[in-house]
Design a protein around this ligand. Structure first.
Ligand code: TXA
Ligand code: MG
Length: 309
């Protein structure tokens, strides 16, 4: 049997038995469980050391499945047909009578949902009878995982299975858009702000958002060692994360990109932070990242990663 297929079946087996499995997505790896099961979703919070008050994103295969749990409208459908499957999450109204576990929504009447693009995860969703609740596969507040190895580093033997889908193509989490009440971007993400805002703010260009999501605290994506941003000259002992090629060589230099390619920087960010931490560096400095397009999301993550209290 094709290895991918047998691995997908293995993942389905554990998920059907109320266990957690890590799944690949195009953004970052997710720690998944049956979104309809209280028993299964409770395990996510324990494994991640996540406060119960921080709701989970639910991953669906298609619209037909989503409609069982959520209220949708024209505006949602417009965004759905433009961006899905892909790295966008919608906050929608939960449907009365939906089977979604209360653990997922923290008993609220809203729910965050997305349609991941990764082929293996789509195949997995196809053979399951339920959607998957899946936060990023990392211990709360720490760096998200972009490979199977990262997930193993975070959870070791505490999780039964990681579905290996290679390295996450985007390397940053999805953009979260609120469609309940006032439409706004709640978390910057893998799709540039202006690409989505075009759909949201046609008649309301002035609308500026304060980013608020229960789980988007000030400290987040943390490598656990001090970080300094917008640095031209690093200190001698620091790891230095660069975005364009320098003439001199230095064993403390780590390239996120050699030609300021923002997509490449995004893809390499979490992996490089992990590598540097594991090499035993005691601090990290990062070259200035242009604050445009996906650079805004990268800077959002860096600012949170650099926060100590
Ligand atoms: O790319 C992604 O979105 C990844 C992959 C695995 O899909 N998932 C992810 O999940 O980043 P997580 O749990 O690390 O971040 C989801 C964020 C949390 O900060 C949570 O507070 C917020 O979404 N959230 C969940 N439900 C919400 C809701 N109903 N209203 C507002 N924010 C919500
Ligand atoms: Mg996360």
């Amino acid at each position: 049997m094709n290895t991918n297929l047998s691995n997908i079946k293995k993942a389905a087996y554990y998920l059907n038995n109320n266990d957690c499995v890590a799944i690949p997505t195009e953004t970052v790896y997710g720690l998944a469980a049956n979104a309809y099961s209280g028993k299964a979703t409770k395990k996510i919070f324990i494994l991640k050391k996540r406060p119960k008050t921080n709701p989970l994103i639910v991953h669906y295969l298609n619209l037909a499945d989503l409609k069982k749990d959520c209220e949708i409208d024209k505006q949602f459908l417009k965004l759905y047909s433009r961006f899905c499957p892909g790295p966008i999450t919608f906050v929608l109204k939960l449907k009365k009578g939906s089977k979604i576990s209360k653990n997922v929504t923290n008993k609220k009447t809203t729910i965050a949902v997305r349609f991941p693009k990764h082929k293996l995860t789509r195949k997995l969703l196809k053979i399951l009878n339920f959607p998957l609740a899946a936060p990023s596969a990392n211990i709360s507040q720490r760096i998200s995982s972009v490979t199977k190895l990262d997930v193993v580093e975070e959870f070791g033997k505490k999780i039964k299975f990681v579905l290996d889908g290679g390295r996450s193509r985007e390397g940053l989490e999805s953009t979260i858009v609120n469609l309940v009440g006032k439409q706004k971007i709640l978390r910057l993400g893998s799709i540039e702000k202006n690409k989505i805002e075009k759909y949201l703010f046609k008649n309301n260009k002035k609308s500026q958002q304060k980013i608020t999501v229960p789980g988007q605290g000030k400290i987040h994506y943390s490598p656990g060692i001090p970080m300094r941003l917008n640095i031209k000259k690093p200190k001698k002992s620091e790891a230095f994360l660069l975005i364009s090629k320098r003439k001199n060589k230095n064993k403390n230099y780590f390239y996120l990109s050699k030609n300021k390619n923002l997509r490449e920087i995004a893809r390499n960010l979490y992996k490089t932070l992990r590598i540097v931490k594991n090499l035993g560096f005691k601090s990290i400095s990062v070259e200035k990242i242009p604050n445009k397009g996906i650079g805004e999301t990268i800077n959002d993550r860096l600012l949170r990663a650099a926060k100590r209290k």
